[in-house]
Design a protein around this ligand. Structure first.
Ligand SMILES: [Cu+2]
Length: 297
């Protein structure tokens, strides 16, 4: 009984670890020893979280425990010693109907929310703005804001590359190394951002991924991929290239700042003036969403 109580306490602790809000849930990135998904700030990410935590995980847990129980039962009850004369039974209609119907019910239970989520993700709504993301062969990302005006050659006026922030600078700024970039992508909160994602024609396949947005979309040379997100919370959210793309695959992070509409507007006004690095850095410090708490590395 005592063991059972210990086991139950352990299970509860594990569940709290996996599902609980936890100290590390709201940093826009994962933490050492974190289990479970990162904080969900878009409808898509919330859908993924619900499907995984509330549908799949309970079903898998029940099935696993059920099969484990059956195995133990068979091992104890029907081993050669306990059951020297085995039964010759070959068919049992009730059992056969059950093991066909129950899995069908389970699959339908999974399919309904799964398809609903798929439609939410793939049925791309008309965006409030467009962001073009290009994966570069030099292992970094380029971002274009075509809605903010074009140059004579058709290129976007607001266009910049984001590179990995070097370790010493990341440490100095108190931001996570390998996730932070020298300049962030800035988007307004609660607005639908349509994404056009591609890779340099001379380049390689990358994948633009931000876990908190429930977003992972391949950047393929010569092809435009489309996706979207609507971040419902201000904050700094990190991601990484998620397509094994070459030697610097681990060094092309993604840093997105979700800010209020006013701050976004101020940012676009500044960006249209092509500010120098120092001016931009100074300005960014004034719009950076609330500071996150960092885990010890
Ligand atoms: Cu890549």
């Amino acid at each position: 009984m005592r063991i059972a109580r210990h086991l139950m306490a352990l299970t509860a602790a594990a569940a709290a670890w996996v599902f609980g809000p936890g100290a590390f849930a709201a940093n826009g990135h994962s933490e050492n020893w974190q289990l479970g998904l990162q904080e969900a700030v878009t409808p898509s990410a919330q859908g993924i979280r619900f499907l995984h935590n509330d549908i799949l995980l309970p079903i898998i847990t029940v099935i696993t425990l059920f099969v484990l129980g059956l195995l133990i039962y068979v091992m104890v009850k029907f081993n050669a010693k306990a059951n020297p004369v085995p039964s010759k039974t070959t068919h049992n209609t009730t059992v056969e109907v059950l093991w066909t119907v129950i899995p069908i019910i389970i699959l339908v239970t999974i399919a309904i929310p799964s398809f609903r989520l798929l439609y939410l993700q793939r049925d791309i709504p008309k965006g409030d703005m467009t962001l073009k993301i290009t994966g570069q062969p030099s292992w970094n990302w380029t971002y274009d804001y075509p809605d903010l005006g074009r140059n004579d050659d058709g290129s976007a006026k607001v266009s910049f590359s984001a590179y990995l922030k070097p370790k010493d600078e990341a440490d100095k700024d108190g931001v996570p190394y390998l996730l932070s970039t020298d300049v962030p992508v800035v988007v307004p909160v609660n607005k639908i951002v349509d994404l056009i994602v591609t890779s340099d024609p001379e380049g390689i396949i990358h994948s633009w991924t931000v876990q908190s947005f429930g977003l992972k979309i391949d950047a393929i040379p010569g092809r435009l991929n489309q996706d979207w997100f609507r971040a419902e919370k201000e904050g700094v959210f990190y991601g990484q290239c998620s397509e094994l793309c070459g030697k610097d695959h681990a060094f092309m992070p993604i840093e997105v700042w979700v800010v209020s509409e006013d701050k976004y507007k101020a940012w676009t006004e500044l960006m249209l003036k092509s500010p120098d690095d120092a001016t931009l850095k100074q300005f960014l410090a004034t719009i950076k969403p609330a500071k996150e708490t960092l885990a010890q590395n």
